[in-house]
Write a protein that binds this ligand. Sequence first.
Ligand SMILES: Cc1cc2nc3c(=O)[nH]c(=O)nc-3n(C[C@H](O)[C@H](O)[C@H](O)COP(=O)(O)OP(=O)(O)OC[C@H]3O[C@@H](n4cnc5c(N)ncnc54)[C@H](O)[C@@H]3O)c2cc1C
Length: 219
Amino acid sequence: MPFYTPVDFDYYAPRNVDEAVTLLSEKEDSVIIAGGQTLLTLLKLRILRPKNVIDLSKVSSLRYIKEENGEIRIGAITVHNEVARSQLIASRCGLLSAAAGRIGDEQVRNRGTIGGSVANADPSANYEPVLLALDARFTLIGPQGRREVGAREFFVDAYTTAINKGEVLTEVKVRELSEVGYSFKKAARREQEFAIVNVAALLWLEGDEIKDVRVAVGE
Ligand SMILES: Cc1cc2nc3c(=O)[nH]c(=O)nc-3n(C[C@H](O)[C@H](O)[C@H](O)COP(=O)(O)OP(=O)(O)OC[C@H]3O[C@@H](n4cnc5c(N)ncnc54)[C@H](O)[C@@H]3O)c2cc1C
């Protein structure tokens, strides 16, 4: 019979990134929780049995959407609905808004975070093809300091990313693409479910001429 309660663990709620990184290094067998939309199920079914859970949701410095030098920067604990409803993202990078607005249902979009989704690297998640098409960059902070990784290097395989043990994903960065055509298509049995296939496309036009096109598929 399956379990529906996690094994006992110690819970920590750091208030800043340094504290989170220290806890991850010091507490043996620890795991990060952000929105909990994926992790809680893994804990309840006892697929994961960590001794320590580090909750990022109180690290308010990781919750933001801002523009800097032609880039949009999104803090890791920004929830999907904040991405979907951001006027800045809608006007400068509509492809990302379109993908965020079609994740799960209201509850999932109010709790789930962009950092949790990309760290989980589910191949049928909405963000992956979009962030690959956009050449997104990811900031990781760990005991060895800060580094930035591009999307092609970041998404290593299904459920596998370039995040090393002890590192926290702190930010997702995308270029502004206000003049670029885009489309996001999600094919799912029901709209609130994970996709069977997601397709993200970007199209650069000069007059009637296609200058460049990018298509990324997640399934
Ligand atoms: C009913 C349901 C329907 C859904 N439908 C969709 C859908 O249609 N499309 C879609 O894309 N997604 C869907 N999701 C998944 C949703 O997008 C989740 O938000 C996402 O998978 C995980 O985000 P989270 O913040 O809840 O992360 P958590 O569940 O808290 O964590 C997920 C994983 O990421 C790690 N992690 C979290 N944050 C960080 C960080 N900052 N740095 C390093 N590691 C981190 C955790 O340790 C864990 O391994 C659905 C989920 C549910 C429950």
